[in-house]
Unconditional design. Sequence first.
Length: 682
Amino acid sequence: MPVRRRILVTSALYYANGPLHLGHILEAIQTDVWVRFQKLRGHECHYVCADDTHGTPIMLKAQSEGIAPKALILRVHAEHTRDLAEMMIGMDNFGSTHSPENQAICERMYRALREAGFIDRRTISQAYDATAQMFLPDRYVKGTCPICGTADQYGDSCENCGATYSPADLKNPLSVVTGTPPVWRESEHYFFRLSAFEPRLAAWVKSGTVQHSVARKLEEWFSQGLKDWDISRDAPYFGFEIPDAPGKYFYVWFDAPIGYLGSFLQLCARSGLKFDDFLKPDSPAEMHHFIGKDILYFHTLFWPAVLEGAGMRRPTSVHAHGFLTINGQKMSKSRGTFITARRYLDLFKPEYLRYYFAAKLGPGIDDIDMNLDEFAARLNSDIVGKLVNIASRCAGFVTKSAGGRLGESLPDPGLYAAFAAAGESIAAAYESRDTAAAIRDIMALADRANQYIDLCKPWALAKQPGSAAEVQGICTQGLNCFRALMIYLQPVLPDMAAQAQRFFQEAAWTWQSAATPLLGTTIRPYQPLATRLDPKAVAKLVEPEAAEAPPAAAAPAKAAPPSAAPAAAAAPAELISIDDFLRIELRVAKVIEADLVAGADKLLKLRLDVGELGERQVFAGIRSAYDPNSLVGRLIVVVANLAPRKMRFGTSEGMMLAAGPGGNDIFVLSPDSGATPGMRVK
Ligand SMILES: [Zn+2]
């Protein structure tokens, strides 16, 4: 058995000024898969992360909303927490950089750096907005590029010619905050002496802590010489005040990576883990950071230097990944390709995205493209067509003809041995974050299992008398192949793996569980584990998001929007046959409960009794016309075979019928008295 490792893992911080998008989720999934893999291998692995909550953008956004920065970051934290949980990102602690723990450790590290002589004070000249009474970060000054003359460029670089410069070099500079010309003021700032760490950092970078492509990029920075780093900002600023320096605050990028440790401190307080076991300079524990390639400078230069200067250990490794593109293009709000985590979750299961991203992520820093056609095709082919197909073709025979009992031996032990032997190379791929290679190997095994079943044809054999034992054997073989694959896929598909464990009636798996087949035990009746994705539904991911989700699965059922009221007398609808009509299953239902829906001012949530069809939950857009209490006990008519629709507030399992243009004029349809719930309407 390998040595049990102690591992601390982070994914990069989330800036607390907006929603999580699929780029954030790509990284969270990459990290989470690696963490779940380590846990499955039996290692002690702790995954912490935090919202990054400080700096001028947060301060100004809160101001523009008329709320305190703390209120803003609390609201965003609640949204981030919910989205991450629904994506099945199993963080052990999700904190905030604006926590007492983080403040304490920032101060501790800053004091250590100061005592060791790594903090200098220097006077700098900086743009100042006299109207807003604040110093302006470089990106808050805009003007004409001094090199090429392009107007409306940021104070640090020109998007047209690529030149970098300081805001003082811009022609006709203006403050982004008030639109007035800035003045230049002197102020004393605190600098971290990064240059003092240059030789040690260069050696650290070359010792295998970063990918080769990243090391090459860092060479460029080393060849230019490392500059000392301004870690202070003047009030007004949202952040932590620097000890013994009134009116001076830590720059957001100083306390952001320390936020990993602040979050870990919270976990330590809750779990009894010892902080120093992981952070002392000679700690045998590992510390891994997963980041996007845009923040390499902070994580591979500043962060290890700050840790070392403050008397702590450096990271074991920093894993960078490329950017996410959608259909080959950069995510863009104007093109509708800025897909939030929320939008995805409102439409699809998290595991589809987890599988797709895992199948695309390799160990390099190339960009990852999410092509929506490929997304649906890949899920339908791999998960539904290959993986789940193995179980669904075998389980029924075991249940029907063998009383749910798996055979006592395998008819093809060599085939299973190949599945068990593949475990180590698949593990090596996960370990090196080459999940694309792991998935390729797993799907190649799935193909072999399906070929075996195709060859043995248990469905044909089952019709021959006296073949029960043979059919049981073939299906036991198939189900054991499926089980090994689910063990290998558990880091990516934790929920499907849990369902498979229940199906096999097994306790929690370890990676080693795949080494031996499951024989002579009883399985539960098989429940479908995944369903096909409709490519048309997937295309909806990139449609511009409506301000308020339209209650499409809700009454009033009308073709024309209220603004087109005169159109009621316009062209008749297309003619349909009686068969077309009979495809719509209309049923009488009784309203058992009716409630308001927090956050949706058009909707009511109804619980319906539909007789033999059981109870249904339906969201109906009738709140403007009906008090919920007035509906309880009423009989109505519902479309009972409408595909369930997942909405932000829950799933709508049908549509109630109503007439009228909307607003106060909505009229719910009811049957005459004597009808009972569940009656078919024809
Ligand atoms: Zn320029």
